[in-house]
Design a protein around this ligand. Structure first.
Ligand code: ADP
Ligand code: MG
Length: 399
């Protein structure tokens, strides 16, 4: 499990060398093509700065969005280069429009220690998502050693994440990668107890493997989001127009039987005729969801009891919002969990947020700095919690 990191590289393997660093600069862009949330760029700075300070030049590889293996201007990393320049005002940042060509290779040799080169979107290359061997070899030419700091892409075996590390050694983890793995691994393997997990989001189907994997490890599993309704159905409760996955009801029933008192479902629900009709929202006990309404958030009693459970836990892992947090008033339950976790961090608990939407909710509330760790990789953290091997990590050098 333990992988080498930048710290394990001797100074002479860094000084004067080209550090090829896979980062996750898959950031949102606004309608003007500007970076609207630079969290992931900032998260990669410790690795980049440490390598530059140690006398390397840094060559950065990343994907952005989902271009189909050929250049698409709206997915260019050019705006990211600009933002990176603002974040590192004392450094020279250059950008090349091609990634696996002689031109890109030459640009890497022209770099001086302390300089940064960002290469264009790896998904503009046909072989990237196929983990094409030839592409991986070409990419491996672009540096003298490899650092993978792209936790958010580590669950994909692509040429720039996995293939490249077969051909370029040393291949080590960056600091963000190390931090992500340490927090998630720590929670799963040696959590300070009580260990409580809160799971929400829209679909139980996407989280079933996480529930299965966490169930034997946690002291309590608190359920929210629409997935609570599939459990309600398994308990023969009326769920009205709520989002239910009929083909998962049996599975939910089996989880309830196996989890026993460790699984808690919301006691009350905030319901409304539809998301658009928030004004008509009301709170009902879980036995009284009206046939013409949908559960769109956990209710206030549930928020309070979940907050109490969080307050008495030492390790808290949260994945998936409690309700339709994008649309008030259905954001209250999610906000209550975020507040309770922030308070728990202050009292010495380890708090971890994984999952794209839950992380966004925490960022929106301005509470990210009050969590022990907010994962930058939704899909990757989910797969890690499911107990799956992340190919981008597995291929890195062992300690
Ligand atoms: P994460 O990205 O944190 O893992 P998910 O992607 O699983 O979370 O789920 C997030 C989505 O779930 C949000 O868009 C939210 O609106 C939706 N959601 C949560 N609760 C409900 C609900 N009761 N009914 C419908 N959608 C819900
Ligand atoms: Mg999501």
């Amino acid at each position: 499990m333990a992988k080498k990191t930048i710290h394990d590289l001797p100074a002479e393997s860094i000084r004067g060398k080209r550090a090829l660093v896979r980062v996750d600069f898959n950031v949102p862009l606004d309608e003007h093509g500007h970076v609207s949330d630079d969290t992931r760029i900032r998260a990669a700075l410790p690795s980049i700065e440490s390598l530059l300070d140690a006398g390397a030049c840094v060559v950065l590889l990343s994907h952005l969005g989902r271009p189909k293996g050929k250049p698409e201007p709206k997915y260019s990393l050019q705006p990211v280069a600009r933002r990176l320049g603002e974040l590192l005002p004392k450094r020279s940042i250059s950008f090349v429009e091609t990634t696996d060509t002689d031109e890109a290779l030459k640009a890497t040799y022209d770099l001086k220690p302390g300089q940064v080169l960002l290469l264009e979107n790896t998904r503009f290359l046909g072989g990237e998502e196929k983990n094409d061997e030839r592409l991986a070899r070409a990419l491996a030419q672009l540096g003298d050693f490899f650092v993978n700091d792209a936790f958010g892409a580590a669950h994909r075996a692509h040429a720039s994440t996995e293939g490249i590390a077969r051909h370029l050694k040393p291949a080590v983890a960056g600091f963000l990668m190390e931090k992500e793995l340490n927090y998630l691994h720590g929670a799963l393997e040696h959590p300070e107890r009580p260990f409580v997990a809160i799971l929400g989001g829209s679909k139980i189907s996407g989280k079933i493997d996480v529930i299965e994997a966490l169930l034997p490890k946690v002291d309590g599993l608190l359920i929210g989001g629409a997935m609570a309704c599939t459990f309600y159905k398994a308990m023969d409760l009326e769920t009205g127009k709520s989002l239910v996955e009929p083909d998962r009801i049996d599975m939910a029933r089996s989880l309830l039987e196996r989890g026993g008192p460790r699984i808690t479902l919301p006691h009350d629900a905030t319901v409304a005729p539809s998301i658009a009709e928030g004004a008509a929202a009301k709170v009902v006990g879980r036995e009284h969801i009206p046939a013409e309404m949908a559960m769109l958030d956990i209710g206030p009693r549930t928020s309070e009891s979940y907050a109490r459970a969080i307050a008495s836990a030492k390790t808290i892992l949260w994945n998936g919002p409690m309700g339709v947090f994008e649309t008030p008033p259905f954001d209250k339950g999610t906000r209550a969990i975020a507040d309770a976790m922030a308070a728990a961090t202050g009292k010495g608990a380890t708090t971890i947020v994984g999952g794209g939407d839950s992380a966004a909710a925490v960022e929106q509330a301005g509470l990210a700095p009050k969590m022990s760790h907010v994962s930058t990789g939704g899909g990757a953290s989910l797969e890690f919690l499911e107990g799956k091997t992340l190919p981008g990590v597995a291929i890195l050098d062992d300690k």
